[in-house]
Design a protein around this ligand. Sequence first.
Ligand code: EPZ
Length: 456
Amino acid sequence: MICESKNKSYLKSQNLKIFGQGKLNGRVEISGAKNSALVLLAASLLTNERIILENVPRLTDIEKMGNILKNLGVNLVHKHNNLEIDSKNISMKELPYELVNGLRASFFCIGALLSKFGEAKVPLPGGCNIGLRPIDEHIKGLKALGSEILIEDGIVKAKIKGKKKQLCGTHIKLNCPSVGATETLIMAASLAEGRTTIENAAREPEIQDLCQMLNKMGAKIYDSGKETIIIDGVNKLGGCKHKVIPDRIEAGTFLIAAAATSSSITISPVIPHHLEAVTNKLKESGSKITVQGNSISIQSKKLKGVDIETAPFPGFPTDLQAPFTTLMTIAHGESKITETIFENRMNHIDLLKKMGASIKLDKNVAHIKGVKTMKGMNLIGSDLRSSAALIIAAIIAKGNSKIYGLEHLDRGYENFESKLKILGVKITREFIKKTFTEKEYKIASEPDDIPKARVA
Ligand code: EPZ
């Protein structure tokens, strides 16, 4: 089992060796959605009965969440991509810092633990490479539902007010359509007394997947996917079997990789309308997209630059901004990429420029002029999605590249290099005997002709 805190140097001593100017061809299978599976695991805390989750991707983030649940006394059995979860012997309500650290989604357990046990203690998730990642919307909503919240020594301590055993349904208006806050509050409200309405709720497919599973467990949730979600609290939730939806971000990453290499591929299973903002932009830039049931095919020739601005669903997803930026570096003409969701999600720009891209970055707006070629080099990913962007850049570049920092990639893409290899990309995961620490950066000796650089 890979868990970053124990194997940090091990994971950092791996790299992906990629031969440039690759082409993709054929069909690739899309895994279950990381950002759905994580919240569904948190939701399993709401019942004492068995939950069977199908189509769970094998990722380090999922393993971390599994370890957190095990630490609470939950029994988890992995059967390939299925997970059997049994929370009847759950013993404590406090999430340990060493397990929570680095997995923001673990904070979403607070709503489930609070509504089930009347109290919860969860370490503050803290910021990460893409931004501060505040939790004020989570806290505001939990207070509105009738809890007292104390933040002491980096721990969020929540307790249902007074002698009440249940939270109390109410109207909550979010200042921003936060995915995590919407999920936390849906889980908290599902066992509250009375009706809760969440206005300005996030509408992402992963939230709809959560509501579908909760309703199978006996919850009464209406209008998920709309701007106002209604939850009528119930006294108890039961077990169920639920299949995780396909990962729209992984799917979009492969479509973008195909467009960047002027390739034709088919991806499935997908839910096409989860990807509409992305397929519309790919069509606008010149790719041919064909939707057939739960599969999407793309044929790409020469592409032209298009502008994108990230937005909450159903807008263009922030998680595909970095891969799409890579695509625009070699598109004909100019394009503008505007990141509106996270304050520090342009880490890949510096490195793409070192590879030969022509980009002018003005805060969170990248002005790109398409170039003919990029050059391969050693690259170090600094977050999950920029690592995927660098891999796409390495595939289109002239010359070979090595991508380090795979602990980020392995959080969110299941068998990524194997899937790319099946599509025809010359890519291998290499294990360096000698591990190295961040500050040393003594990457295994390489021919001098490949410049080395690191994502900011
Ligand atoms: C979820 O993060 C996803 N993670 C992210 O995916 C995704 O990028 C993000 O939603 C947006 O779609 C998981 O689902 C595990 P938010 P989350 O709360 O819930 C502000 C990936 O690469 N905000 O919707 O943390 C916040 O600062 C990851 O798979 C507040 O101001 O995102 C940000 O600007 C990265 N107060 C914006 O909302 C709050 O209390 C969106 O954050 C919460 C958020």
